[in-house]
Design a protein around this ligand. Structure first.
Ligand SMILES: [Zn+2]
Ligand SMILES: [Zn+2]
Length: 380
């Protein structure tokens, strides 16, 4: 009798097969879409029926309507249960494959498409895009844990809009399940449910492409509350940064005063009748990156945050012109020369540094501990 009781208790205590956690992702979030083409090679269910082949879902006022291989609506929403991959495409849209439930609704005369994706499939998709330049499995694993932690910490970022995350770099780039790489999938599986904590709280796992030799203290870049693990760390032995293996570790950009004037006027840093005549760094951050700049015109000096300068130039002249705020400035007769290192904001994990560490034999736990000092891996 006693044995039987014990067995029953054990049976109850055994973990039930946990339902896979799902995240709601808004697809094509940067595009204005009023209709989308669907294509499937295996039968999938939608609106209470089954279809395969080609169909189209379009906005009709406040409603949506499906035509082609299956007719449905007009209805408030149409859900496609993509048990097999469904390819979505349309004018001006990239062709991408998705699985899981895809809900189509009308929002302000545009098609709103929200895909329910198992968390781990989503992580594999994100890591595919974010780590595409890297090759080391341990770097992929570090990226998977950072991406998973980032997702779980930001699940409510779009809460008012009816989904968890958008598919653009505003949240994390997600291009569907069609092109998931084997390395990304393996990294997601090997680190399943692992996230980074700092004193029991999910860590803010920012990351960037190349730090240039030193990561930056977060508060020198953004006006957020300081985090003890988002400090400036030296990325490897003196003179031999882990990320120095990256292509374009160093860069140089010459900006003529005429071009700088146009950019500065459009950004509103100077008045329409002012001309840029010089640029210098007036304050440095903990890592040696520029924190504040002074832009000189024919009649005054304008103070400018280095991050604002970096974003302002990036948005107007492309992100390859000024790749980071880790530069020194040489003033010429009619130009400034920016002699720089690194790529990206410099906060948190350096992705190319992770690759460099992995090539030297470090494991993903060492990599995460190096870039987010004081954090520890736990299970979600
Ligand atoms: Zn977003
Ligand atoms: Zn680095």
């Amino acid at each position: 009798m006693r044995v039987l009781t014990l067995l029953l208790v054990l049976a109850c205590a055994a973990p039930a097969a946990a339902a896979e956690k799902q995240v709601l992702i808004r697809l094509f979030s940067l595009h204005k879409v009023s209709a989308v083409n669907l294509e499937t090679t295996a039968p999938v269910r939608a609106a209470g029926a089954q279809f395969s082949g080609k169909a189209r879902i379009a906005v009709k006022g406040q409603l949506v309507v499906m035509t082609g291989a299956l007719q449905a609506g007009p209805a408030k929403s149409i859900t496609v249960h993509a048990s097999a991959p469904v390819r979505l495409s349309g004018p001006g849209l990239p062709r991408r494959s998705y699985t899981g439930d895809i809900v189509f609704t009308s929002a302000r005369k545009q098609l709103k498409i929200v895909n329910s994706v198992p968390l781990e499939d989503y992580i594999a998709g994100v890591v595919t895009g974010e780590a595409s330049d890297l090759s080391q499995p341990e770097a992929y694993k570090a990226q998977a844990v950072a991406a998973r932690t980032y997702v779980l910490k930001h699940l409510r970022i779009h809460a008012g809009e009816g989904y968890n995350l958008c598919d653009s770099t505003h949240c994390q780039l997600y291009t569907g399940q069609g092109a998931v790489s084997a390395k990304a999938l393996a990294a997601a599986r090997a680190t399943r449910n692992e996230v980074l904590y700092y004193k029991g709280e999910l860590a803010a796992t920012f990351y960037h492409s190349i730090c240039g030799g030193r990561t930056e203290r977060m508060t020198d870049v953004w006006p957020f509350e300081a985090k003890p693990y988002l400090i400036s760390v030296r990325d490897g032995p003196p003179g031999h940064p882990y990320c120095s293996i990256a292509p374009n570790f160093r860069w140089k950009t010459k900006i003529y005063f005429s071009g700088l004037t146009r950019l500065a006027r459009r950004a509103g840093w100077i008045l329409p009748d002012e001309e840029a005549r010089g640029l210098k760094i007036s304050r440095w951050g903990a890592s040696g990156r520029a924190a504040e700049l002074e832009l000189r015109t024919q009649r005054r000096t304008v103070g400018l945050g280095a991050t604002e300068f970096y974003h302002g130039i990036g948005r107007r002249a492309g992100w390859n012109a000024v790749r980071s705020t880790f530069f020194r400035i040489l003033n010429g007769q009619d130009y400034v020369l920016l002699d720089g290192k690194g790529n990206g904001h410099g906060v948190g994990m350096c992705q190319w540094g992770a690759e460099g560490m992995a090539r030297k034999g470090f494991k993903y736990r060492d990599i995460l501990r190096h870039y987010y000092p004081g954090t520890e891996i736990g299970h979600d």
